[in-house]
Design a protein around this ligand. Structure first.
Ligand SMILES: Cc1cc2nc3c(=O)[nH]c(=O)nc-3n(C[C@H](O)[C@H](O)[C@H](O)COP(=O)(O)OP(=O)(O)OC[C@H]3O[C@@H](n4cnc5c(N)ncnc54)[C@H](O)[C@@H]3O)c2cc1C
Length: 467
């Protein structure tokens, strides 16, 4: 084979560093463009690659019972630099993987700098990537510098790039009590892909509504960061508690309006209603419509479990509003993270609409592998949707609803369900569902190994180098 052209990675954060490492590890030269320290962001404080801008935790490290722990394990088995550096610089934190942030970032920076196939250029890319860069990974994160953000906006269209997320909580469907909740669309209206019963409805009586309203007003809220306050959020995305502050009845005329709905238990319209809409193609996750919020996470779980039908709700993710930059990936990207309109450009990290350090690095890992395989003329195949890596990729590149797309953490609800064993009683099935996570995780690790073997991946072993 002749000289292999480089892959250009823009952004040396969690995703860009991992993407560069993976591509270079497969023998493909990489040019990594990182703007710090030439230009900073509102949150980064150093010039290190893979700087952690806030918490020092990679969350649960329990591979069998927690989806992010499973993602850790899959990344370890894929030769991840981010996971190897995290393991090397881990601090005592119970079941979580927390790291010494300076040691971690220094290790990633040193490994990348020492790699013979990676060139680091400290420069801002302040417009569309030059036309002669035939393979590019854009991994510039939630605080993408404005000129590049503008270029992405021109490539993708205004409605496909967001500068703020407005995340409503997402609930595992199997934790909803259907003795109280029921399926119905307002006025039983049949939409383009629906059947007139597309929403899950949770009814509130007058007393339940009043108590809920009081709890919303009293609930502890998270603050906007000083630099976030200057980014306006739109009237359509007001936090639920801000709407509640406008008056005791405001929610009844907004997201909690009961019109067009009949509670089958009473045959009447409830006083107020909370609607949940399907959030993934598998139908395992439902989002609480209009419930974007700045309530603290503990408060969200406590207050939203006051809603009849959600008393035992398990949240796949809780709500939030943050300054963020992300594209509408389900609409814009193909299965290999390439911009459909310009396939030389791949996206990776938080900008693809995943949420969190680990998820961002995971998408960087896949983008790096995919770009390298394409450069080397090797066949590609997405990781199976039964793996955490594959489920996350599947979600952002197709399974999520593009019309309501908001950033997503990895969770077991993104993985296809295991078949329920036949003949279980209702109670036994509930028990089986509660205990199915290790089985999902084992299936994921087996399927990952089979996929890696199919593609002849040699990076499958945990990284053997000292960091
Ligand atoms: C304030 C804040 C706090 C967060 N806290 C957490 C948390 O506690 N836990 C968690 O899991 N997640 C958190 N996140 C979410 C997210 O997971 C992290 O931001 C994560 O770092 C995303 O990884 P990334 O690689 O996509 O982006 P980043 O790690 O931000 O990397 C992007 C890189 O691109 C560079 N860059 C940007 N524009 C350009 C350009 N035009 N040219 C060249 N380089 C450029 C930046 O300097 C940066 O180094 C937080 C996000 C923010 C904004």
């Amino acid at each position: 084979m002749g000289k292999v052209e480089p892959v250009h990675v823009i952004g040396g954060g969690l995703a860009g560093s991992e993407a560069a490492w993976q591509a270079a590890g497969m023998g493909v030269p990489v040019v990594l463009h990182e703007m710090r320290p030439v230009r900073g962001t509102e949150a980064h404080q150093t010039e290190s690659l893979a700087e952690l801008v806030c918490s020092n935790s990679f969350r649960s490290d329990d591979a069998l019972n927690n989806a992010v722990g499973l993602l850790h394990e899959e990344m370890r088995r894929s030769g991840s630099l981010i996971l190897a550096a995290a393991d090397r610089h881990k601090l005592p934190a119970g079941g979580a993987l927390a790291v010494d942030r300076e040691g971690f970032a220094a290790a990633v920076t040193a490994r990348i700098a020492a790699h013979p196939l990676i060139e680091i250029r400290r420069e801002e890319i302040a417009g569309p990537p030059p036309a002669d860069w035939t393979s590019v990974i854009i991994a510039t994160g939630p605080l993408t510098a404005p000129d590049l953000a503008q270029a992405i906006l021109e490539l993708t269209g205004e409605s496909a790039l967001s500068f703020f997320d407005a995340i409503a909580p997402i609930v595992h469907k199997d934790s909803i009590d259907f003795d109280k909740a029921w399926f119905q669309s307002r006025y039983d209206r049949v939409g383009p892909e629906g059947d007139g019963a597309d929403y899950i409805n949770c009814p509130l009586s007058r007393d339940e509504y009043d108590a809920f309203h009081v709890a919303l007003l009293a609930g502890e809220k998270a603050d906007f960061k000083e630099w976030e306050k200057s980014t306006p959020y739109f009237e359509a995305c007001l936090p639920i508690e801000v709407m509640a502050e406008r008056g005791p009845r405001t929610l009844c005329f907004g997201p909690m309006k009961p019109v067009g709905l009949t509670d089958p238990k009473t045959g009447r319209r409830p006083h107020a209603v909370v609607q949940l809409r399907q959030d993934n193609a598998l139908g395992t996750l439902y989002n609480m419509v209009g419930f974007q919020t700045k309530l603290k996470h503990g408060e969200q779980a406590r207050i939203f479990r006051m809603i009849p039908g959600l008393e035992r709700a398990e949240f796949a993710r809780l709500g939030g509003l943050h300054r963020n930059t992300f594209i509408n990936s389900p609409r814009l990207l193909d299965r290999e993270l390439r911009l459909k309109a310009q396939p030389r450009l791949r996206f990776a990290g938080q900008i693809t609409g995943v949420e969190g350090y680990v998820e961002s690095a995971a998408i960087g890992l896949l983008a790096g592998q995919l770009a390298a395989r394409a450069r080397l003329g090797l066949a590609t195949e997405a990781p199976p949707a039964t793996t955490a890596l594959g489920a996350l990729l599947n979600h952002i590149t197709g399974a999520a609803d593009a019309r309501t797309f908001q950033p997503m953490n990895v969770n077991f609800g993104l993985l296809p369900e295991l078949p329920v064993p036949a003949g279980l009683s209702r109670a036994a099935e509930k028990q089986w569902r509660a205990e199915r996570k290790p089985a999902l995780a084992r299936r994921a690790l087996e399927d990952l190994a089979a996929w890696q073997a199919r593609l002849g991946m040699t990076g499958a072993a945990p990284l053997a180098v000292a960091i």
